[in-house]
Design a protein around this ligand. Structure first.
Ligand SMILES: [Zn+2]
Length: 454
């Protein structure tokens, strides 16, 4: 329920009512351990004031004055973090046991954005698999708060891909085909009319099976994007292509690169604005998926039992040879992450949730990704900064990523301290986006029963 003007007036005499519905009045949240996202030590016994949809004051309990009539919410014993941000996802395709363009509807995209909100994710960037007018409409609606129970939907528009990468069922069915430099530039110019921050392309040999987009073509994409004030995010995990892209001035690696050597580090140093999104879950999942058997309660309450069973089957009884290979690749990835971190490369959180490998349970993957980041060498505090402030910076979301005066009041109330154990981000008590308390019980009913959201 949203506060109306009359409820705001009622706040003066009935603060408790406003504690349940804090928009648009003033609410003082007191007593929590507060992790602001700035990377400093948490504020124990904090207080922060939310007025309307924004944080207006942040400090210690007793030091933050509340306006007359402000509601108070006691968060003693809780930990508060900024809402998370997922820099890489594929939204609108998955629906229960199916995945495909037939599911890419207004209702399904909004369902996914509500799942992000449910899991404490304030915004998610769809990476190049959107098509038609719908993404632009829904971006506008979610960015302006039209759907209070939904996270913000960011789009990179239609991706740019070589013909060989485009098939009817790989989420690139409506990508812009890149065959010539002039055509690539024309495609970028078309995307530039869409008020995007990023465009997306793929430069991948798919394990040596295909010829990737040539350097001439990706250079044309990057050059034309920069002329039009766009940044380019690329799927490129193989080192030779990654190095060529660094030389060409790529802005964002949408995945962690599979191996990082000294030459690559030197190239990153020459291109200090190039950033990387983590996406460690996809490569690590075959060897580390402790939350599926038994399913974590957050899984059991948001997806259907047959989806859980399918994922259990997928990772049950893996071939030892495959396990050995994945383990070796994961160790290599970890070393690469350590090298990038030592070189000061900015790494944000990306999950690839909703992508082709399926059953990645949108929203949930932000929490598993945090755990993978810690396994790859981040401290819990560093992983939280990466998943909030850093990803907000990468995505150009100036309003998000921190609990600080002036920022949008997007935060998660946890029952346990994630600095002790990063998996405590899953112990969600409440989620607030724009000062509005997400109706998680209502959403749970929708998710569990496959019911329509009304
Ligand atoms: Zn992806």
């Amino acid at each position: 329920m949203r506060c109306s003007v009359s409820i705001t007036i009622l706040c003066i005499s009935a603060a408790a009512l406003c504690a349940q519905a804090p928009v648009p009045g003033a609410t003082l949240y007191e007593g929590a351990r507060l992790i602001t996202g700035e990377g400093a030590a948490p504020i124990e016994n904090s207080a922060f004031l939310v007025e309307g949809s924004r944080f207006t004051r942040v400090g210690r309990k007793g030091e933050v004055p509340a306006p007359v009539g402000a509601a108070r919410v006691d968060l003693t014993g809780k930990t508060v973090i900024p809402a998370l941000i997922d820099g890489h996802s594929h939204i609108g395709y998955m629906r229960n046991m199916t995945s495909g363009a037939q599911n890419y509807t207004r209702d399904n995209i909004l369902d996914h954005m509500r799942r992000f909100a449910y899991f404490g994710v304030a915004a998610s960037q769809a990476m190049g698999t959107d098509f038609g007018e719908l993404p632009y409409q829904i971006r506008e609606e979610t960015m302006t708060g039209k759907h209070p129970n939904a996270a913000r939907f960011l789009t990179a528009g239609r991706g740019l891909a070589p013909l060989i990468e485009i098939t009817p069922d790989n989420m690139r069915h409506d990508a812009l085909v890149v065959t010539t430099e002039a055509g690539a530039r024309a495609n970028v110019q078309e995307l530039a009319t869409r008020k995007l921050r990023f465009i997306k392309t793929w430069v991948d040999t798919r394990g040596g099976a295909i010829k990737p987009l040539s350097p001439e073509l990706y250079r044309a994409i990057i050059d034309e994007a920069h002329r039009n004030n766009l940044r380019v995010a690329v799927h490129a995990t193989d080192p030779p292509e990654a190095k060529g892209l660094l030389r060409a001035g790529i802005d964002v690696f949408a995945h962690m690169i599979s191996d990082v050597d000294d030459e690559m580090i030197e190239l990153f140093k020459q291109h200090p604005n190039t950033v990387v999104l983590s996406v460690l879950g996809t490569p690590r999942r075959p060897i580390y998926i402790p939350w599926i058997n038994p399913p974590h309660p957050l899984i059991a309450e948001t997806v259907l039992p047959e989806q859980i069973a399918r994922l259990q089957r997928r990772f049950h009884g893996k071939d030892p040879k495959e396990i050995a290979k994945v383990t070796e690749d994961w160790e290599k990835l970890k070393r690469g992450v350590a090298k990038l971190r030592a070189a000061g490369v900015k790494i944000g959180l990306g999950t690839d949730g909703g992508g082709q490998s399926g059953d990645q349970f949108l929203g949930w993957t932000a929490h598993t990704e945090l755990e993978h980041m810690v396994a790859a060498g981040f401290t819990p505090a560093e992983a939280l900064v990466a998943a909030t402030r850093t990803t907000a910076e990468i995505m150009g979301l100036d309003d998000l990523g921190m609990v600080a005066a002036g920022k949008s009041a997007d935060f998660v109330v946890l029952d346990a301290n994630p600095l002790d154990d990063i998996t405590n981000t899953r112990k969600i008590s409440q989620v607030y986006l724009r000062g509005f308390r997400i109706e998680r019980a209502r959403l749970r009913t929708v998710f569990m029963n496959g019911a329509a959201y009304r």
